[in-house]
Design a protein around this ligand. Structure first.
Ligand SMILES: Cc1ncc(COP(=O)(O)O)c(C=O)c1O
Length: 369
């Protein structure tokens, strides 16, 4: 049976792709299949959207993170601090450049716990990667303050953050060089993989522009050994079209999230909602709440055709490579507790009021409210 309240909205997202296919026709006629004007158009529009000086389309968000780390020369022997409740890619990117992953716990908004960062800093620490987890933002002001005090870099993992803001400032504009994802289930998505790096630093931008494209200065000359981390122009066209509707997507998700908040807050303390901070606009890439009897609840919701999820049942430090790195149960009690109690409910822009109401009623029913 089809889900009454689906989590995956992609069948709706691309049900009409006429505008995209018209642009694809143009691309095919132009044969600009690598870099070129369609890519530039998107990069220019995106940098205007987030108000950054330079943006570069990349293969995906993971490579965008690797590019950020490499652009700062982070390598073996260095340490990078990040939060233990993120997607694998945040830690994977640090590992990919050879640096040591240093985890810290989460806070009650499931973001990096800024009060835990300072004690992890030592002379090998080169950067902090705060994650805009779930499309909510961490306390960036605190993070920048700590980074400035210890003269270390901030690289934002803004992979879920496109369309969010902190007092009107976009994620990916606080750190020195920052990464975004356009994976199909992100707020700005393409038909496959895609990512973006943003920076205001000209030196870093010049390096990334070349490194992303084999180190090339021109067809016959390279400056240094590089790689191919380019976004596909076919995907740049999709991104450009979807960028036009991003503000309405975020508005609708926020409206849905407010509806859920309003109806679920009466279930406290069985259900605990995260604080919604003043001045913080969220993308609601994930609508997450803490629930009593979480495992039973998710089973009940799925049985009732509500596609609820868990992001994620195992924090990064307790994954196989985390344990191999010496982490153990009990290292990060807040994230570990949250991993047992968090549930992610569908909140996307294609849900209607009846679906939302059906979902909150089922949750109320579960708690005999
Ligand atoms: C927080 C976070 N970081 C990094 C990534 C990696 O992005 P991608 O899947 O585009 O490589 C994702 C998404 O998948 C993510 O959610």
């Amino acid at each position: 049976m089809k889900n009454k309240v689906p989590y995956n909205y992609l069948p709706f997202e691309f049900s009409n792709y006429k505008k995209i296919s018209i642009k694809w026709d143009k691309l095919i006629k132009s044969s600009e299949f690598t870099l070129g004007t369609f890519m530039e158009e998107f990069e220019n529009n995106f940098k205007k959207y987030i108000k950054a000086k330079y943006c570069f389309g990349t293969n995906n968000g993971t490579d965008a993170l690797i590019l950020c780390l490499k652009s700062l020369g982070i390598k073996k022997g260095d340490e990078v601090i990040t939060v233990c409740n993120s997607f694998y890619a945040t830690a994977g990117a640090i590992h990919a450049v050879g640096a040591k992953i240093v985890f810290v716990d989460s806070d009650d908004r499931y973001q990096i716990n800024t009060s835990q960062i300072e004690k992890k800093i030592n002379k090998r620490t080169k950067a902090i990667i705060p994650v805009h987890w779930g499309g909510a933002s961490p306390l960036m002001k605190n993070i920048i303050k700590i980074a400035n005090k210890y003269k270390i870099h901030v690289i934002e993992d803004a992979c879920m953050g496109i369309g969010a803001s902190i007092y009107k400032k976009s994620p990916g504009t606080f750190g020195i060089v920052n990464a975004f994802s356009m994976h199909p289930l992100k707020s700005l998505n393409v038909m496959g993989d895609g990512g973006i790096v943003a920076t205001n630093n000209t030196k870093i931008a010049n390096w990334i522009r070349k490194y992303r494209n084999h180190g090339m200065i021109n067809r016959d000359n390279i400056d240094f050994w590089g790689v191919n981390y380019r976004l596909q122009p076919l995907q740049a066209i999709v991104a450009n079209e979807n960028l036009k509707k991003i503000d309405s997507v975020i508005k609708k998700r926020n409206k849905n999230a407010s509806f859920l908040d309003e109806h679920l807050k009466i279930l406290q303390p069985k259900v605990i909602l995260p604080k919604r901070l003043k001045g913080y606009m969220e993308t609601f890439a994930l609508y997450m709440i803490i629930c009593e009897k979480r495992d039973k609840l998710i089973k009940y919701l799925v049985q009732n055709n509500i596609e609820a999820k868990i992001h994620y049942p195992i924090p990064l430090h307790l994954q196989k490579p985390g344990l191999k790195n010496g982490y153990k149960k009990g290292d990060f009690p807040i994230a570990e507790q949250q991993a047992k109690k968090l549930i992610t409910l569908p909140v996307h822009q294609y849900l209607n009021k009846n679906q939302l109401l059906y979902m909150v009623n089922k949750i109320k029913q579960f708690y005999n409210y």
